[in-house]
Ligand binder design. Structure first.
Ligand code: RB5
Length: 149
């Protein structure tokens, strides 16, 4: 399968249920899903899931990922500590669109306790189908890369 049809997903206990729904959507959309867990509602620490998925996505294996915790905020904070990751916490289709157009995010984070599954589906579809605008935004992404040195 082409790399652009591969995607990683991961969640903590608070994101587990939404992750399972998003996996179904991704399969329907023809994506090959790599699941970094967790696989139950038993409590787990979101930074560990974020680290595993983000390390893999930073190596483009696969090139994009979706992380879900209670709010999406903790996953975003943790994933953004991994060099090469631009994780964007999105709450609706507009933030998802801009997280691709302007930020070229390679990780999407969402809140399992804050986004209903319809909105989450809309966020995922928009994020997957929107490209990076480049231009002045490329310079800004490079300025973020410079912070990693
Ligand atoms: C877990 O209770 C919760 O703190 C976590 O899922 C997440 O929302 C952290 O940002």
């Amino acid at each position: 399968m082409a790399d652009d049809k591969k995607i990683a997903v991961g969640a903590d206990h608070a994101g587990f249920e939404l992750k399972e729904k998003i996996k179904l959507l991704l399969s329907e959309l023809g994506y090959d899903v790599v699941d970094f867990g967790t696989n139950s509602m038993d409590s787990v620490d979101y930074p560990l899931v974020a680290k595993a998925l983000a390390t893999s996505v930073a190596q483009k294996n696969p090139p994009r990922g979706i992380l879900i915790c209670g709010t999406g905020i903790g996953m975003s904070i943790a994933a953004n500590k991994v060099k090469g990751i631009i994780a964007a916490h999105c709450v609706d289709a507009e933030t998802a669109k801009l997280a691709r157009l302007h930020n070229n995010s390679n990780v999407l984070t969402m809140g399992g306790r804050t986004a209903n599954s319809d909105v989450a589906g809309e966020i995922v579809r928009t994020w997957l189908n929107t490209g990076f605008e480049g231009g002045r935004h490329q310079r800004r992404i490079q300025e973020i890369r410079d912070l990693e040195r």
